[in-house]
Design a protein around this ligand. Structure first.
Ligand code: ZN
Length: 226
C-alpha cells in the first residue's frame, strides 16, 4: 500500500524523537555548532591577539554558534517565534559572511592607509542597515519565504563570486593548493544549499532534504577554520 506523503502547511510530516520534531536537523545543527566552537578554540589558541583580523574571526564563530543554537531550537519545536529566531539568526550569519569577505580580501582591518578605516566604517554601517531592513521587512511588512530564500541566495552568491575571484587570483600567484580553498568551500556551501530546493519527503519520516543541507555545511565549516 503506497500512500503519497502530503505536505501540511508546507512542511512534511515527521516522527518525533525524544520530543524533537526533526531529530536529524537538530543533530546536524549541533554538529555545525561544534564545528564553530572548535574553530573558536583554534582561533584563541593559534591566532596571535594582536592580529587585527582576529576579532572578525571570533565574531564569525559566535554568530555561527548562535545561529545553530536557534536552528536546534526551531527544529526541536516549530513555533512562530522559534521559526523567526532561526531565520533571523541564519540571515545574520549569511550576511556576516558577506560583511567579512571584503574585510578579509581587501584587508580593511588594517590601519594603513587610513582610507581602509573609512571604508570599513562605511561597509559596517551598510551591512547593519541591510540587516535592519531585512528583519523589518519580514517583521512589519510580510513574512515572505520566497523573499527570504532569494535574499540569502543572493548574499551567498555575491560571497561566492568574491571568494572565487580571490582564490583564482591567489592561486595564480602562489601556486599552492590551499590558495584555492576559500572558493571551493563557498562553492560547496552553495551546492549543499541547492539540496534545500529538492525538498523530497523525509526518509523513514525523519531524514529530509533540509536536514541534509544542515549536514552539508558541517564539512566546509571545519575546513574553513583550517
Ligand atoms: Zn533548518
Amino acid at each position: 500500500m503506497l500512500e503519497p506523503v502530503v505536505q501540511y502547511h508546507g512542511k512534511w510530516p515527521f516522527y518525533r524523537f525524544v520530543g524533537m520534531q526533526e531529530p536529524f536537523s537538530v543533530s546536524f545543527s549541533f554538529l555545525n555548532f561544534l564545528a564553530h566552537y572548535n574553530g573558536l578554540l583554534k582561533i584563541r589558541d593559534k591566532m596571535p591577539a594582536r592580529y587585527s583580523l582576529r576579532p572578525f574571526y571570533v565574531a564569525l564563530s559566535y554568530i555561527g554558534m548562535a545561529s545553530w543554537v536557534f536552528s536546534m531550537i526551531f527544529h526541536t519545536r516549530d513555533f512562530n517565534l522559534t521559526e523567526k529566531l532561526d531565520y533571523f539568526a541564519a540571515g545574520a550569519s549569511v550576511l556576516y559572511g558577506l560583511y567579512y569577505t571584503p574585510v578579509r580580501i581587501f584587508r580593511l582591518d588594517q590601519k594603513k592607509p587610513p582610507v581602509k578605516q573609512t571604508l570599513l566604517r562605511l561597509w559596517t554601517i551598510t551591512c547593519v542597515l541591510l540587516y535592519i531592513a531585512h528583519v523589518s521587512y519580514l517583521t512589519f511588512w510580510r513574512w515572505d519565504y520566497t523573499y527570504n530564500m532569494a535574499a540569502n541566495i543572493a548574499v551567498g552568491v555575491v560571497q561566492n563570486i568574491l571568494w572565487s575571484w580571490f582564490s583564482v587570483h591567489r592561486y595564480q600567484k602562489l601556486k599552492k593548493p590551499w590558495a584555492a580553498w576559500p572558493g571551493l568551500i563557498v562553492a560547496w556551501v552553495v551546492m549543499a544549499m541547492s539540496l534545500e530546493l529538492l525538498d523530497f519527503p523525509p526518509w523513514k519520516g525523519m531524514l529530509d532534504a533540509h536536514s541534509l543541507w544542515h549536514l552539508g555545511t558541517v564539512g566546509p565549516t571545519i575546513w574553513w577554520y583550517k
